[in-house]
Design a protein around this ligand. Structure first.
Ligand code: SF4
Ligand code: SF4
Ligand code: SF4
Length: 308
């Protein structure tokens, strides 16, 4: 397979791919949902040098803080684990590498753009939706500010503009949807990444590439592409030299979370579950899921609720 990393399938996502599809909730929990389709990003953590250029590129592309490149040159903060916030759609963290202490492992994180996202499933009004090219996008004008998406996301990604008194928004990586679909560019972070640790392309092709890299360099990578199966698959995929749990990743099963959240959402309308109860239910489900328990509710939860 011929691969040019930075511009790998650069044209992906153009044209019709820019349309936003209505979330098909029945399909979202179906095993036949479109796994392997759409665009993706392969993050090779063995090539990441922890330069934070992706953070700057994202900040600049989305006019988040407006800070100059020099503001992102402090690399000492990589050692203190950080999460995204309303002004940072992506951050890089650094982890020790026992195999090579001179070369710690840097990991860029952002929204994973799940194939069957729990956030879209939890959103009562469709403010978060899956675009045809796989990007999970947000339409602020629809948002009620309920923040169920924040509770539902297994990766704890969405953040909220608590400081914004009038029009607070949910904030997260957009997969550079506007750049990709309307400007014909690749995501800003991938465009700027100096060692080309980020490869943008068709998800199915990226999976091929990832497995080829592992097969060609078994001493360099563990045999696991994070995101291939987790929570039903994600558009962002990762390669790593050590177990992902050592690098801040949660151990998550292959089950897509909409199969858990949708019955609760349906029950809201059917039985008028009050918001605080819903927060509690969603929170308990996600806590259990993130801690590796079996899914706390099943497909027939709606029936169980009915019996209650
Ligand atoms: S990582 Fe979270 S916010 Fe991003 S698509 Fe998945 S569920 Fe939604
Ligand atoms: S894809 Fe775009 S929005 Fe997402 S982290 Fe990269 S630059 Fe930021
Ligand atoms: S720009 Fe590339 S190499 Fe630099 S921190 Fe981001 S992902 Fe790593």
């Amino acid at each position: 397979m011929k691969v040019s990393r930075r511009g790998f399938f650069q044209v992906l996502g153009l044209g019709a791919a820019g349309a936003v599809a209505s979330p098909d909730r029945s399909d979202a929990s179906s095993p036949s949902a479109s796994l392997g389709e759409g665009m993706g990003m392969l993050v090779d953590t063995t090539e990441c040098i922890g330069c934070r250029k992706c953070e700057y590129a994202c900040d600049h592309a989305h006019e988040l803080t407006g800070q100059p490149p020099s503001a992102f040159e402090d690399l000492s903060i990589l050692d203190t684990p950080r999460r995204m916030d309303e002004d940072s759609f992506t951050v890089v963290n650094r982890y020790p590498n026992p195999d090579n202490p001179e070369k710690p492992i840097s990991v860029k994180i952002q929204c994973m753009h799940c194939l069957r996202p729990a956030c879209t499933s939890a959103c009562l009004v469709g403010a978060l939706q899956v675009a045809e090219n796989g990007a999970v996008v947000y339409e602020a004008w629809k948002c009620l500010g309920c923040r169920y998406c924040m509770v539902a996301c297994p990766f704890g990604v969405p953040t909220y503009e608590y400081h914004e008194p009038f029009t607070p928004q949910v904030r997260k990586c957009t997969f550079c949807h506007e750049r990709v679909t309307h400007e014909g560019k690749i995501p800003a972070c991938a465009e700027m990444c100096p060692p080309m640790a980020l490869t943008f392309g068709q998800r199915s092709e990226l999976l091929e590439l990832a497995h080829k890299k592992i097969a060609d360099n078994p001493e360099r990578y563990i045999n696991h592409v994070y995101g291939e199966h987790e929570v039903g698959g994600t558009s962002w995929l990762y390669l790593a030299p050590r177990e992902f749990e050592e690098l801040g990743f949660l151990k998550l099963g292959p089950g897509a979370l909409p199969s858990l959240t949708e019955p609760i959402q349906h029950a809201i309308f059917k039985f008028g579950i009050p918001p605080l109860t819903l927060y509690g239910l969603l929170g308990a489900m996600m806590w259990a899921y993130r801690n590796g328990d079996d899914p706390p509710v099943s497909h027939d939860m709606e029936g169980e609720t009915n019996d209650a």
